[in-house]
Design a protein around this ligand. Structure first.
Ligand code: AMP
Length: 411
């Protein structure tokens, strides 16, 4: 009988095929990042609510609408982490990592939580991998982290990936630009959607994301940040572009690129995969040169990205098959079951994958089960104390010395 319980809305179980696939993505990301010197870090699943309010920004959709916030038994407001950067910056400051050689280069993976309307590619619990390079404003860091995500998506074989690149400038130039943008929006107020109109003062950049025709028409004529970059911001962006060109990473400048978090400055980027439909971004990020100061630390420029594991798997459109087993230890009768279990233990200790029957099947049933779980070889422990080795691919079977099974399997 099916249980009346289901996984909460917007969450899902990763059954073995999915869990294998997730582990493969995480493993590939960890390996690529480790080779570039990005060390693993893991922060708590929940944090003080204020960390996200201050870090991600009170005007963002994430903070206004999407956080899983609750009061703990001590009356503190805590929030399930909606993203990884603010917690990592909190950890950087808490553990005095500014005293380490800079930049501090970190890699993370884990679950994140946003109370969004669930749809394909958008969940309330999802999983990200991400990197942060904290303590440098060098364009080399921008190009390096972008290169890491580009390499990962290539190694995994994600098809049809495009990199969109933009720059938000520094807070000062951004402020000037935002005034210019607000002027443009106010001048065309009548054509904007209600939501955009109400948020001209709070978050005018979101107007670039609107899908209604009226707003889109207005935005076609809107000034863009990239065009308005000046001085060091323009120079920084030019260097990032030149480094990406030199690394052979192709990109498209997207002057209207915006991200849903307030902390970004200068470089922002987004890797999209058109095959994904509405939720087309597999990963993205940017510079957040002001965030650590915002959290009470010294001025510390930094850059990072996060990519969604579920989105990557959707883009790959495949499930991982189980890895199969090196061996199955079959018992010819019930008396041989302890021998089978003991031998399985020896093989496992030697690094092989090995299983035994745990369901009381007869010998025929055990062979069928071994086939179903993808065992490459079966060792049949005979009633007379002997053993036989069966190759499941060729069907060949021959007697072996039970004391030599490990050597025989190692061949
Ligand atoms: P963000 O942290 O918003 O910059 O998002 C980084 C990446 O996380 C996106 O490119 C997505 O791949 C993934 N992501 C963000 N929100 C969700 C969500 N609600 N469900 C699934 N994946 C998500």
């Amino acid at each position: 009988m099916a249980s009346k319980f289901q996984a909460p809305r917007g969450t899902s179980d990763a059954l073995p095929a999915d869990a294998h696939a997730r582990a493969r993505v995480e493993g590939a990301a960890a390996a690529i990042c480790a080779r570039a010197g990005y060390e693993p870090i893991a922060t708590p699943i929940f944090e003080d609510t204020e960390l996200f309010e201050r870090g991600v920004g009170r005007s963002t959709d994430i903070v206004r609408k999407e956080m899983f916030t609750f009061e703990d038994k001590g009356g503190r407001s805590v929030t399930l982490r909606p993203e990884g950067t603010a917690p990592i910056c909190r950890a950087y400051l808490e553990h005095g990592m500014q005293k380490l050689a800079q930049p501090v280069k970190l890699f993370y993976a884990g679950p994140f939580f946003r109370h969004e309307r669930p749809q394909a590619g958008r969940y309330r619990q999802f999983h990200q991998i991400g990197v942060e390079a904290i303590g440098t404003d060098s364009p080399l860091a921008d190009a390096e982290v972008i290169g890491l995500l580009s390499d990962l998506l290539a190694e995994l074989g994600v098809p049809g990936v495009e990199l969109r690149l933009g720059s938000l400038g520094s807070p000062e130039s951004r402020r000037d630009y935002l005034e210019e943008l607000k002027d443009h929006l106010r001048a065309n107020e009548g054509e904007l959607s209600k939501e955009v109109r109400e948020r001209i003062e709070i978050n005018p950049l979101r107007a670039f994301d609107a899908d209604d025709e009226g707003t889109r028409g207005v935005m076609r004529g809107a000034p863009t940040i990239v065009e308005s970059l000046e001085g060091e911001d323009a120079e920084h962006f030019g260097e990032v572009r030149a480094l990406l060109d030199a690394a052979g990473i192709s990109y498209e400048i997207d002057p209207t690129l915006v991200r849903g978090l307030d902390y970004y400055t200068r470089t922002i980027f987004s890797f999209v995969c058109e095959g994904l439909g509405a939720q087309s971004e597999v990963g993205g990020g940017g510079r957040y040169d002001g965030l650590i100061e915002q959290l009470g630390g010294p001025p510390t420029p930094a850059i990072g990205w996060a990519a969604g594991i579920e989105r990557i798997l959707l883009a790959l459109g495949e499930e991982e098959a189980g890895a199969g087993r090196d061996a199955f230890l079959a018992a010819a009768d019930d008396e041989q079951r302890p021998r089978a279990l003991a031998l399985a233990g020896e093989l496992r200790n030697a690094g092989l994958s090995a299983e035994v029957d745990l369901a009381g099947r007869g010998l025929k049933g055990q062979l069928k089960h071994a086939d179903r779980i993808g065992a490459r070889r079966v060792v049949i422990l005979d009633a007379d104390g002997g053993a036989q080795l069966r190759d499941m691919e060729s069907g060949e079977q021959r007697p072996v010395d039970p004391a030599n099974v490990l050597e025989e399997l190692g061949e």
